[in-house]
Design a protein. Structure first.
Length: 325
């Protein structure tokens, strides 16, 4: 009987999908892994895999964001996958937009490990939502899944957590397009959430298009600004917590609902070199709030805020930014 593969690398564009795939693989093996983010690598993490467990269960490690490993960490991980422990399990995720497998994949394959590219095409989103609904215990219909994608967009992490919301809101009931509409009728709030996500990950073009959609729908600029201010405060809370604090614990400390929010907000906060930049951005939002209440137009003020969120450090209030497709 062939021995099970104990090392795996999952690579692709979406960090959330990669984490899901890695966790699914670990669950199939019946192991629970210690999770480490490549950006928080301290050194020696793979050493524990060679140490027998006190209770006899296999040691397991999941390293996410291997593309962000420091040089010493990348060497340590590569050395391990080239000669993995036969009694331990190691799952790796690596974010890459390349069409071909990353160099680390060759080392994993050469040692007999698993390498999988994780891709979710746009046309497969509805099917994926239905699969996640089965996992979450939600009776979502194809029409409901299509409505969810149309309402909330294409971000897998948002869709997955929304499916969880639907499972809690409609236990044991079929969830169609109408149920989705009822649950997420505050579409403006969802779009502001998406606007913040796009802005704080540097996707300025997408963020400006979303902003334009909100303004054309006559959403209150003060409500949009309030959503942005709320996200900045969340980023400041997460930034103030120790990097090595487990996501679930950090979520409770920051007053967030989900541990995935902590991971996402940590990534967004890291785009700012220091806390003062986030504080300055919040000050900019406060100034914009005063200007809006004083009669200034949101179509001029909000694009400058969004540009600053996306990393345009020279963005200033009163400087119109063309919002176009």
């Amino acid at each position: 009987m062939e021995a099970p593969q104990t090392t795996a690398l999952f690579w692709g564009e979406d960090p959330y999908l990669l984490r899901l795939a890695a966790r699914g693989w670990l669950e199939q093996l019946g192991v629970r892994a210690t999770e480490v983010d490549g950006r928080e690598w301290r050194g020696g993490e793979t050493a524990d895999l060679a140490t027998p467990s006190l209770w006899g269960e296999p040691r397991a490690l999941m390293v996410v964001n291997c593309q962000a490993l420091p040089e010493a960490g990348a060497k340590e991980v590569r050395s391990y996958v080239e000669a993995p422990s036969p009694v331990a399990v190691c799952a790796l995720t690596l974010v890459s937009r390349a069409r071909s497998a990353p160099p680390l994949a060759k080392a994993v394959q050469a040692a007999g490990g698993v390498v999988r590219q994780v891709v979710l095409k746009r046309q497969d989103l509805t099917k994926w939502v239905l699969e996640r609904a089965t996992v979450r215990g939600a009776a979502v219909t194809p029409q409901g899944a299509a409505a969810l994608v149309a309402t909330l967009g294409e971000d897998p992490s948002v869709l997955d957590q929304s499916v969880e919301q639907l499972a809690a809101a409609f236990p044991g009931r079929p969830v169609g397009a109408e149920e989705v509409r009822l649950q997420f009728r505050g579409l403006g709030d969802q779009q502001v959430w998406g606007l913040c996500d796009q802005g704080f990950t540097g996707r300025l073009g997408e963020a400006l298009v979303t902003l334009r959609s909100l303004l054309e729908a006559r959403d209150d600029p003060l409500l949009i600004l309030g959503g942005i201010a709320s996200r900045i405060r969340d980023l400041l809370k997460v930034r103030s917590l120790p990097e090595r604090m487990p996501p679930a614990e950090a979520a409770r400390a920051a007053g967030l609902r989900f541990d995935w929010q902590v991971r996402r907000y940590r990534e967004q906060a890291r785009r700012f070199q220091d806390v003062q930049e986030l504080v300055d951005l919040h000050t900019m939002v406060v100034e914009a709030d005063r200007a809006l209440k004083g009669g200034a137009g949101g179509e001029f003020l909000l694009p400058a805020i969004v540009a600053a969120m996306a990393g345009e450090r020279k963005a200033r209030l009163g400087v119109p930014i063309r919002v176009s497709r």
